[in-house]
Design a protein around this ligand. Sequence first.
Ligand SMILES: [Zn+2]
Length: 91
Amino acid sequence: MNEKRLIDREELDKMLDENVWTLHRFHHDSIKCGGCNYTTSTTYWAEESRVAAMEKMMENTPDEQEPSGLCGTCMSDLLTGDGIKIVGLKN
Ligand SMILES: [Zn+2]
């Protein structure tokens, strides 16, 4: 039987690679959330690696300020957006 695929396997792998992030947590003494400006000691950023997350946070923070991500509330709001699914990894 000849299996017809709607999407090429290579194309699917590329799409998955481009859309898979890991959520990273960052601890601070005290910092303003990059989204709501609320003062917090923990922020979050989603990227494929922790280094990429730190780079993106630095890009989005003015030079004189400590890089920060989003507070828990702002990150939760972001993760409830359309098209986002949370997938657990098997150990
Ligand atoms: Zn916030």
